[in-house]
Design a protein around this ligand. Structure first.
Ligand code: BTN
Length: 272
């Protein structure tokens, strides 16, 4: 797949920038990437702030969800990859940054983890026309005890943003070509917390694997399992978040709490 990269010195949020283009009736190409050196209003999942000082990799990728809304005749994401988008981007980033898979893991469904801390996050926002996949990765240290950076993980190495970006996009193209099986296989190789007890929406279970549909299987002490499709998990050794209240994982159940892809409801709210 082809990518068009626009590099901005600063922006409020690369997500907002792409969203504004769409809302103004522009037809940015499938594969348009907004890369920036810093964001003044970087956003994370659940409306959290995403600290975005210079020294991080921040970009958003536009992907049309169907051909009807796309500018070109054959430009759109295949429907089967859409629900796996956060995992596909996460796997692409993990493989690009750490090809040997020694340090960087994927914390289901949207985080990059290393040394039990957060190295990066992925925010996918979609409506019926398009998905905007935003990626934030700490290159230099950030002043948060829950965070880790590439500089701390790989001392002595230098990281050039454009090169990191192009490696991530290359790996993402590979997953688009190979399809969903390659995504889940890669995620399972680098799944954070495997075998560790984790809390999800008040229930606990041991992290087992990611299923072909992108759900995460947790298994209770009694052997029962829950397949979860959304929300966040907190493995016991995770040092990046507060543990909520918990109960034992019950008979097999699928909890539908919140999609890992956030839906965009409000359009054109912000103008620069
Ligand atoms: C999360 O972990 O909650 C997701 C963080 C996503 C941050 C990236 S940085 C580039 C893009 N622009 C934003 O405002 N957010 C995403």
């Amino acid at each position: 797949m082809k990518y068009w990269i626009r590099h901005l010195r600063a922006v409020d949020s690369t997500q907002n920038h792409l969203r504004r283009l769409l809302d103004r009736g522009a037809t940015p190409p499938h594969g348009m990437v907004i890369l920036t050196d810093k964001q003044t209003r970087g956003r994370g999942r659940h409306n959290r702030r995403w600290l975005s000082p210079p020294g991080g990799l921040y970009f958003s990728l536009l992907l049309y969800a169907n051909r009807a809304g796309a500018p070109g005749p054959s430009e759109a994401l295949s429907p089967e990859i859409l629900p796996l988008l956060p995992l596909a981007i996460g796997a692409a980033a993990a493989e690009a940054l750490d090809p040997r898979g020694e340090s960087i893991l994927i914390k289901w469904p949207n985080d990059l983890a290393a040394r039990n801390r957060k190295l990066g996050g992925i925010l996918v926002e979609s409506d019926t026309r398009a998905a905007i996949a935003g990626v934030g990765i700490n290159i230099e240290p950030v002043p948060l005890s829950s965070a880790i950076s590439l500089a701390e993980l790989f001392p002595g190495r230098t990281f050039e943003k454009r090169i990191l970006l192009s490696k991530i996009l290359d790996r993402f193209s590979h997953f688009l070509e190979e399809g969903p099986g390659a995504v889940t296989q890669s995620v399972n190789k680098r799944l954070y917390g495997r075998g560790v007890e984790a809390v999800h929406e008040g229930k606990t279970g041991f992290v087992r694997e990611v299923l072909p549909n992108g759900a995460l299987r947790l298994e209770g002490k009694n052997g029962d399992s829950c397949d979860i499709i959304s929300g966040e998990i907190f493995p016991r050794d995770w040092k990046g978040g507060n543990l909520p209240e918990e109960a034992e994982c019950g008979p097999r159940e699928a909890l539908d709490v919140e999609r890992s892809i956030e839906t965009v409801e409000e359009k054109g709210a912000e103008r620069r």
